[in-house]
Structures are given as structure tokens and as C-alpha cells.
Design a protein around this ligand. Structure first.
Ligand code: HEM
Ligand code: HEM
Length: 428
């Protein structure tokens, strides 16, 4: 075969790079847990997705300025192949755009930092299109899978039945081609397989993820999102998460069904936080515990303990009230390396979904806004008491690096996770 019948090297490299990235991206999209524990995988998904967008734009530019080899086959088969190719270009560009639109209009404003390095701005779009972008993103991904099947069946038909050397036009050597094909098919298959398990669970209970985050979880850091950025995805992680979810679902189907069946009666009652509570934080410093507290904080709580799904909770913390009991350390806490209280006087946490874990134990997912960054943050708590009075105590593990709290030399020996504990009485 003469070299003029081959695609150009640039076209071949881009074809296989994008093919593998796209297959991995679809797998990742389905496999990533759709809650706070999937934070790092979301960041990776968005990073790879934007990379695919950029590569595809380069590829489109190349395709429009460089003539591909003449088609090998005419008729309806040739037309179908061309249609699949055109639709592939549409999908390669429209899917990441829809994903970008989806995160830009999400009611929870989660910042995107591509590969942990480049901040991705939000597209200036109306929040009303969020549902549409969500649907479009998912449908386009399914269209990509359909095209992929048609495309591969077509390529294999040429290779094994027509034996017309079509595959060679898009490859450097046969071994690499076979390996690429296998990897792509395995990636998509694995993602759809793990993802379908995950989405069934998600439909069953949106707030569910890795089960209750106990205090032990907090100490070991289990169940908290990993640092974003350079994490590499392992399908095993997703699988492990899925099997935990499955086990949890099997363990408590009745409680969840009862909760789903029970209609909450009217709006949930409001609770006033009584004076005398405490909000403490603890972090390791060179291995030793450093304990502090916030002297000033407040909150609005609307929650029916028997129907926590309708709860709406907001907690506001006056960051300048943070104290470690030492004047020098306290002034450092309010400085730019830590809370930067002159620019960001307040941290807020707002619930997005609350559920009963068991008995008087609850789990609340929400968004923590601290130092200008908003991120998913889970809190677990217990309620004791009855009637119009409750004692509340709970905890959360905050990844301080995600909010840039503690940067520079003075924070060099601090642990990454800050454990926050609170207790207070509430009356309705
Ligand atoms: C998600 C994965 C894939 C995407 C998005 C994709 C996309 C495309 C596109 C858009 C073209 C047209 C080239 C152009 O005119 O720019 C093309 C051609 C081609 N692809 Fe793929 N492809 C994928 C996977 C594969 C796989 C797994 C194989 C091997 C079985 C394959 C084999 C080929 C061949 C042989 C051609 C050349 C067809 C011809 O010469 O007419 N592709 N691909
Ligand atoms: C070619 C590129 C991409 C492909 C093939 C792809 C594919 C997928 C798939 C298959 C899902 C799971 C579908 C679902 O459960 O709703 C998903 C979800 C998601 N994708 Fe992408 N994606 C791409 C690019 C992007 C980009 C660039 C972003 C953002 C910048 C993004 C953001 C998201 C988000 C936020 C979700 C989760 C939606 C949810 O909460 O259900 N994606 N993606």
C-alpha cells in the first residue's frame, strides 16, 4: 500500500489518543460515585473531558485542512461509515461541552481545577439549563457507545471479511492496533458494568454512599475525598465502593423503603440552638494533637427527626473567633495563610441531603464554603432526647488543603485532615 492511502501520522496519533481517552472517560463517567466521596474522580473526569475537547478541536482543524485517503467502499456501507465519523466528531466536541455546561450551572458551585493545576472557569450560562445539560451529557455518552459499536463492527468487517487493509490505513502496526482495540472495549465494558450497579443504588437513595462516616472513619480519613489533582483512577476503587454500596443496600432495605413510603407531614419544625454548645477542631501537628475551638457560630435548623429527608440546615461560623488558647497562634489563624478572616470572615455549611443512618444516627451531605471555596462536605450526628428538646452531637472531617487553610512554612507539619466536633442543645 502506498503512503498516500494512509491517514497522516498526526491523524493516526490523534485517532488513537482520543479513542482511548474517550473510552476511559465513558467508563469513568459511569463508575465514579455520584456524591462527595467521588470528588477526586469528578475532578479527573472533568480534566480528561476538557483534554478530549481540546484534542478534538485540533483534530477537526487538521481534518478540515488535510485530505484523508479516498474512501475504500461506496454504497450504503460507505455512507454509514461517513455518518458515523461525522457523528463521532459531534460527540467528541458536544459531550465535553455539555459536561462543562452541567458543572457551570450546578446549584452546588464546585470549582474545577484541571489535573489539579489549571482552574476551569464556569461558562456564563443560565442555571435553568442544568437539567437539560445533564440529560444531554448522558445521552451523548450513550450515543458515543452506539457509534463505537457500529464503528468497531465496521472496522472488523473490513479486516476479517473484506480483507481490504482498511485497518492499516489508521495504524502503524497491527499489534498496537489490536491492543488499543482490546483496551478500549475493556474500558467501556468495565465502566458500564460498574456504573450500572452504582446508578441503581443512586436511584434507590441519593444520599447513600460508603455508609456511615464514623469517628473512626474520620481519624483514618476513610470515606473522605482524596486530594484532587494527580490521583489516578483504579477501577478496583470504584468496584470496592460499589460492593460496599451493595452490601449496605442489602443490609437495610426495609428502613429505606419505610422512609421513602412515609410522607413528611407539613414543613419540618425549626430548632433554636441553645447557648452553651461547643464547636471544636483538632489537627495533628508533627504527630501531636492541636486542639482549638470556635467561640462564635450560629445556625438555622429545620428538621423532622422522623423524616430527615426534608431537613434544611445552615451553620455559620465566625472564623475570627477561632482560638487555640495562645495569642500568637490565634493571630496566625486569622492571617492569610490560614483563615484570612479580613477577606473571608465567615464559613458556612449548608445541607443538601440528610438521612437517618440507624436509630438516632444521621448523616448530612452538604456544601462547605470556606475561604472562597465551596466543596461537598459530609457531617454525621446523633440526636438524643424527645419532644421539643434534643441534644445534638456530631463530627466532620475537613480536608483543609482543599480550602487552602494552612499554607506556607507555619503549616508544614500540620495534618491534612481537621476533625471538627460539635455538641449543643436545640429546642423547637
Ligand atoms: C471511541 C473510539 C473511537 C473514535 C472516537 C473513533 C473515531 C474515528 C473517526 C472520527 C474516524 C474518521 C477519521 C477522519 O476522517 O478523521 C475514524 C476512522 C477509523 N477508525 Fe476509528 N474511532 C474509534 C475507535 C476505533 C477502533 C477501536 C478502531 C479499530 C477497530 C478504529 C478504526 C478506525 C479505522 C480503520 C478508521 C479509518 C476508516 C477509513 O479509512 O475509512 N477506530 N475513527
Ligand atoms: C468526551 C468527554 C466526556 C464523556 C464521554 C463523558 C461521559 C460521561 C458519562 C458516561 C457520565 C455518566 C452519566 C451519568 O451518570 O449521568 C458522565 C457524568 C458526568 N460528567 Fe462527563 N463526560 C465527558 C466530559 C465531561 C466534562 C468535560 C465535564 C465537566 C467539565 C464532565 C462532567 C461530568 C459530570 C459533573 C458528571 C456527573 C453527572 C451526574 O451527577 O450524574 N464530563 N460523563
Amino acid at each position: 500500500m502506498s503512503t498516500t492511502q494512509r491517514y497522516s501520522t498526526v491523524a493516526i496519533v490523534l485517532h488513537w489518543l482520543i479513542a482511548l481517552a474517550l473510552a476511559g472517560e465513558i467508563a469513568l463517567g459511569f463508575a465514579m460515585p455520584k456524591d462527595a466521596s467521588g470528588f477526586a474522580l469528578y475532578q479527573l473526569h472533568k480534566s480528561i473531558g476538557i483534554t478530549i475537547l481540546l484534542l478534538s478541536l485540533v483534530r477537526l482543524g487538521w481534518r478540515l485542512t488535510h485530505r484523508p485517503p479516498a474512501q475504500l467502499e461506496g454504497g450504503w456501507e460507505g455512507k454509514l461509515a461517513s455518518l458515523v465519523h461525522v457523528l463521532f466528531y459531534v460527540v467528541m466536541i458536544a459531550t465535553p461541552l455539555a459536561g462543562w455546561a452541567l458543572v457551570s450551572t450546578d446549584p452546588i458551585n464546585v470549582p474545577t481545577v484541571l489535573f489539579g493545576v489549571v482552574p476551569l472557569p464556569h461558562l456564563p450560562l443560565d442555571a435553568g439549563i442544568n437539567d437539560f445539560a445533564h440529560e444531554a451529557h448522558e445521552i451523548l455518552a450513550f450515543v458515543a457507545i452506539g457509534l463505537f459499536v457500529l464503528h468497531v463492527v465496521g472496522a472488523l468487517r473490513h479486516h476479517f471479511l473484506l480483507k481490504d487493509g482498511l485497518l492499516a490505513r489508521m495504524s502503524f502496526d497491527k499489534g498496537g492496533m489490536a491492543l488499543g482495540l482490546l483496551a478500549a472495549v475493556l474500558l467501556v465494558g468495565a465502566g458500564v458494568f460498574f456504573g450500572l450497579g452504582g446508578s441503581q443504588e443512586e436511584e434507590h437513595d441519593h444520599a447513600t454512599d460508603h455508609g456511615p462516616a464514623t469517628t473512626e472513619d474520620s481519624v483514618t480519613g476513610e470515606g473522605t475525598p482524596a486530594d484532587d489533582g494527580h490521583d489516578h483512577v483504579h477501577e478496583e476503587d470504584a468496584e470496592a465502593a460499589d460492593s460496599e454500596e451493595a452490601a449496605e443496600e442489602a443490609a437495610e432495605p426495609e428502613a429505606e423503603e419505610t422512609a421513602a413510603a412515609a410522607e413528611p407531614a407539613g414543613p419540618p419544625p425549626s430548632w433554636a440552638i441553645q447557648p452553651g454548645g461547643s464547636l471544636r477542631f483538632s489537627v495533628t501537628n508533627s504527630g501531636a494533637a492541636l486542639n482549638g475551638r470556635f467561640a462564635s457560630w450560629s445556625g438555622d435548623i429545620a428538621m423532622d427527626p422522623d423524616a430527615p429527608e426534608s431537613a434544611a440546615i445552615t451553620i455559620r461560623v465566625d472564623l475570627a473567633s477561632a482560638t487555640l488558647g495562645d495569642a500568637t497562634q490565634d493571630s496566625m489563624l486569622s492571617g492569610a495563610d490560614f483563615f484570612n478572616t479580613s477577606s473571608f470572615p465567615q464559613a458556612t455549611w449548608r445541607s443538601t441531603s440528610v438521612r437517618r443512618v440507624s436509630g438516632n444516627r444521621y448523616e448530612a451531605n452538604g456544601t462547605l464554603t470556606l475561604k472562597g471555596v465551596s466543596r461537598p462536605q459530609r457531617i454525621t450526628f446523633t440526636l438524643d432526647g424527645s419532644g421539643n428538646s434534643r441534644s445534638v452531637s456530631g463530627s466532620a472531617t475537613v480536608d483543609r488543603n482543599a480550602f487552602s487553610v494552612g499554607v506556607g512554612d507555619s503549616a508544614a507539619n500540620l495534618g491534612g485532615n481537621v476533625t471538627v466536633n460539635f455538641t449543643f442543645d436545640a429546642r423547637s
